[in-house]
Design a protein around this ligand. Structure first.
Ligand SMILES: *[C@@H]1O[C@H](CO)[C@@H](O)[C@H](O)[C@H]1NC(C)=O
Ligand SMILES: *[C@@H]1O[C@H](CO)[C@@H](O)[C@H](O)[C@H]1NC(C)=O
Length: 282
């Protein structure tokens, strides 16, 4: 596509992409705990406050990525989240939640999915690297068929559209993109046993590489534009499921790094949730 057509499409297709924090995001709370250091944005947690930022617009379908370097050293009790969410009581939400730990002990990455206001779909993994020593890319690919959570482009979780099995899927509400850090020492670290040590504050999570390549949907009038249109790259049939290589990566992640999957928690769910029965072969 030549440059002119591409610019027309950017304007008319509603696809937004960007690299500068302020093009895409704004602080959402505790502005004084949002720190700007060149291209890197820091969110600070201390005994007064956590902090957060949010996208300026809302989106339906596409891919959202961010690079995060998590709190170094003692991060016990802290949770850093990166997520997409719609508004309202029947909201949809796709979550990455990074649960801190004492110095030298591994972070856990918890993911969760809410559809029509119902969550309780937690999975937890440890990572194959230390997420506090460098930036790593966390992304969510969302189209009409699938939601894929990725870490450095390796899929760690797939949530399929199983509407043909009577299971609702998130596909009719635009979502904002959010990140925040807060104190969750009642549950986050080793089940809440380890509390936040405030003498180690401030706890800072750092961000860069802001990319939102998604269909912009600021008002509900725009929903049909984002859902009816087959012009978008994420609607390619090949992206309606993982590639063979990605499937192998996911099998590897699940075998080597998954520490919890709600699908196998018979205490919480004596009856296996229906979607788990269909996701199980993954
Ligand atoms: C923290 O470290 C302990 C000990 O290695 C581990 O059991 C736990 O899963 C880690 N993560 C969290 C968030 O508690
Ligand atoms: C916050 O922590 C600092 C350093 O430990 C301490 O001096 C201060 O009194 C604390 N403030 C509050 C409101 O707890």
């Amino acid at each position: 596509m030549d440059w002119f057509l591409w610019m027309m499409c950017l304007a008319m297709c509603g696809v937004v992409s960007g690299a500068k924090f302020e093009d895409l995001y704004q602080p959402s709370w505790a502005t004084d705990h949002v720190v700007y250091e060149g291209d890197v944005i820091g969110l600070r947690l201390d005994n007064f406050s956590g902090a957060g930022f949010e996208s300026k617009s809302k989106y339906m379908f596409g891919k959202v990525s961010i690079q995060i370097k998590l709190v170094e050293g003692d991060s016990a009790g802290t949770v850093t989240a990166f997520y997409m969410s719609s508004d309202g009581p029947n909201h949809n939400e796709f979550d990455f939640e990074f649960l801190g730990n004492t110095t030298g002990e591994p972070y856990l990455l918890q993911t969760n999915i809410y559809v029509n206001g119902v969550g309780n779909r937690e999975q937890r993994l440890d990572l194959w690297f230390d997420p506090t020593t460098d930036f790593h890319t966390y992304s969510i690919l969302w189209n009409q068929r699938i939601v894929v959570f990725m870490v450095d482009e390796t899929p760690i979780r797939v949530h399929k559209n199983l509407e043909d099995k009577g299971i609702p899927f998130a596909k009719d509400q635009a979502m904002g993109v959010y990140s925040s850090i807060w104190n969750a020492d009642d549950w986050a670290t080793q089940g809440g046993l380890v509390k936040t040590d405030w003498s180690h504050a401030p706890f800072v999570a750092s961000y860069k590489g802001f990319v939102i390549d998604a269909c912009e949907c600021p008002t509900s009038n725009d929903l049909s534009k984002c859902s009816n249109d087959k012009r978008f790259w994420w609607d390619e049939p090949t992206l309606s499921e993982l590639s063979l290589h990605q499937s192998h990566q996911l099998v590897w992640v699940r075998a080597n790094h998954m520490v919890y999957d709600y699908c196998f928690d018979a205490t919480r769910f004596p009856v296996t949730p229906l979607e788990c029965q269909h996701h199980r072969h993954l």
